[in-house]
Design a protein around this ligand. Structure first.
Ligand SMILES: [Zn+2]
Length: 343
């Protein structure tokens, strides 16, 4: 069984909120502790991304704006997203850790335990019309995926299971056919950033490779199991990615806060089993959101499955009305996807 490698550096803790904020350094203490509960975990110091690495997915002007905000000591990028003197170093290390995790995929189970998170950051910061960039500075996973593409990789799959839509990632790769991006998230009608509808399928050559699996508020494990079985697994089997990257957010865990989803250990374990079910061996995970119970309970359930364990978590059931709505959403999505995929 491949060993678990946590890409982690104390530099991630130097991104500090100026006031009490859910996205704060203590998240990584919880996450590391949870990973270590699984047994032997190798902690690997990541390198930092260069500006050249960032420019594959961000505009030079945006990178310069972040540098200036930090240099001038401004406390905010926007109403949700703060900055501190250590923000630039942390954000470069976070993107670097995602790249290192992608490079290590296949030889270990690399988990980039990074902050600030990244999936809401688009080319110029705010993505797809969102009001803010949702705690994110650089799009760590997108930087890693773009690095893989530039080094000759032909098919990269991104599975983003953070409860919020990965609008930054989707915007960056919207017309890129070499990136299949499947995003499971709470209904954008009830949650930030208000994007990620099933009709947003990508454009140009990338049409059909952007897949938004909408989960009604109240969705528990049963809804996740259906979405994985009916959409995520068939698409990945058909796409045959060379590398699978997870945007791993744990804020869908019941009681984690910030969202209205009710996943438990079972859903996260099932997400971690996907590479084995599909037969992909080069896999890496990059941390996105997750604020309390999701990190202490969802993260280890996910990573233990990535590392090959078969735990028997019971699947929690959603309320009947939620299941009915989820079935409607899945049927609508599959109808749209049949133009491009066998689902
Ligand atoms: Zn989130």
């Amino acid at each position: 069984m491949p060993g678990i490698a946590a890409l982690y550096t104390p530099r991630f803790l130097e991104h500090k909120p100026p006031y009490p904020h859910p996205e704060n350094p203590s998240r990584l203490r919880i996450a590391l502790e949870a990973l270590r509960s699984l047994g032997e975990v190798e902690v690997v110091e990541p390198g930092s991304a260069t500006v050249e690495d960032l420019l594959r997915v961000h505009d030079a002007e945006y990178v310069e704006t972040i540098r200036r905000i930090v240099e001038e000591g401004l406390p905010f990028v926007d109403n949700d997203t703060y900055a501190s003197p250590g923000t630039l170093g942390a954000a470069l290390a976070a993107a670097g850790a995602a790249m290192d995790a992608a490079r290590m995929a296949g030889s270990s189970v690399p988990v980039a335990l990074v902050r600030p998170p990244g999936h809401h950051a688009g080319r110029r910061g705010r993505a797809m019309g969102a009001a803010t960039q949702g705690f994110c500075i650089f799009n760590n996973l997108a930087v890693a995926a773009a690095m893989l593409l530039s080094s000759g990789c032909r098919r990269v799959a991104v599975v983003d299971f953070d409860a919020h839509h990965g609008n930054g990632t989707q915007e960056i790769f919207y017309s890129e056919p070499r990136v299949l991006h499947i995003d499971l998230h709470e209904d954008p009608a009830s949650l930030y950033p208000g994007t990620g509808f099933p009709t947003q399928l990508g454009s140009g050559e990338g049409e059909g490779t952007k897949v938004n699996v909408v989960l009604p508020p109240g969705s528990a494990d049963d809804v996740y199991l259906a979405a994985i079985e009916e959409v995520v697994v068939p698409l990945l089997e058909e796409f045959k990615p060379e590398v699978l990257l997870f945007s791993a957010g744990f804020d869908a865990f019941e009681g984690d806060g910030l969202t209205h989803l009710k996943a438990s250990e079972r859903a996260f374990h099932e997400l971690g089993r996907i590479p084995r079910v599909v037969g992909v061996s080069r896999v890496a995970a990059v941390l996105e959101g997750g604020y309390s119970a999701g990190l202490s309970r969802g993260l280890p359930a996910f990573v233990s499955a990535l590392a090959g364990s078969e735990a028997d978590w019971p699947a929690k059931a959603s309320r009947e009305a939620v299941v009915r709505l989820a079935r409607e959403y899945l049927a609508e999505l599959k109808y749209l996807l049949r133009r491009y995929w066998r689902v």
